[in-house]
Design a protein around this ligand. Structure first.
Ligand code: ZN
Length: 202
């Protein structure tokens, strides 16, 4: 579940998607791995039946150690080559941060190629943005321009972390409280530890 108001409806990009039901400014954390998200260790993953592995590969998120988190937002968050949210680790806690102001009615999108994957994968893309790479995947080479574009966006968004009204402060989830405390503890956010997956090299 996102921390903002959304509805699931037909997407212009693919199948169904999450449509924002409110305006959300850049720098807002709209998702975090919470208590209810299912964690699967590498050892547990390795002994799963093939169909379950394939399901997770499509809809869950893997870290660089082979552990997985099955998120509640996975199935309906579509890919875009110019997304409005990006993955961001805050002191080790996974979140999604808004990198472009979201208007009510916009679809929430993320770049799938930013996620680590132990399997190389590719897909054709028709996201319709000017930056569409047409063929995307983990491990595909991207140009420096795309990387610096994302780098700039995430830095700008991180710079706004404490300037916006963060819905995560209102959550009772224990992980949300920990993230919330980190955000509140620094006057000027110094989130330098975010892990940049896939496209973006640290
Ligand atoms: Zn695209």
């Amino acid at each position: 579940m996102y921390l903002i108001k959304t509805r699931i409806q037909e997407s212009k990009i693919h199948g169904k998607g999450y449509i924002a039901d409110e305006d959300v400014p850049i720098g807002t954390i709209i998702y975090f791995y919470g208590e209810k998200d299912k964690r699967i260790s590498k050892e547990e993953f390795d002994i799963l039946p093939q169909n379950k592995k394939e399901h997770l590969t499509e809809f869950a998120v893997e870290d660089e150690f082979g552990n997985w988190v099955e998120t509640s937002t996975g199935p309906y968050t579509n890919h875009s080559c110019d997304p409005n949210i990006m993955p961001l680790f805050i002191e080790g806690y996974y979140t999604d941060i808004v990198v472009k102001d979201i208007k009510k009615g916009d679809e929430i999108t993320i770049d799938y190629a930013q996620f680590f994957s132990s399997e190389k994968w590719t897909m054709d893309c028709n996201c319709g943005t000017k930056r569409c790479r047409k063929h995307v995947g983990f491990g595909l080479k991207t140009d420096c321009e795309a990387e610096s574009y994302y780098e700039q966006q995430i830095r700008h968004a991180v710079g706004n972390l404490n300037k916006v009204n963060q819905p995560i402060h209102d959550s009772s989830d224990k992980y949300a409280k920990q993230i919330s405390n980190i955000l509140k503890s620094c006057k000027k956010p110094t989130v330098g530890k975010y892990v940049k997956f896939g496209l973006i090299k640290s």
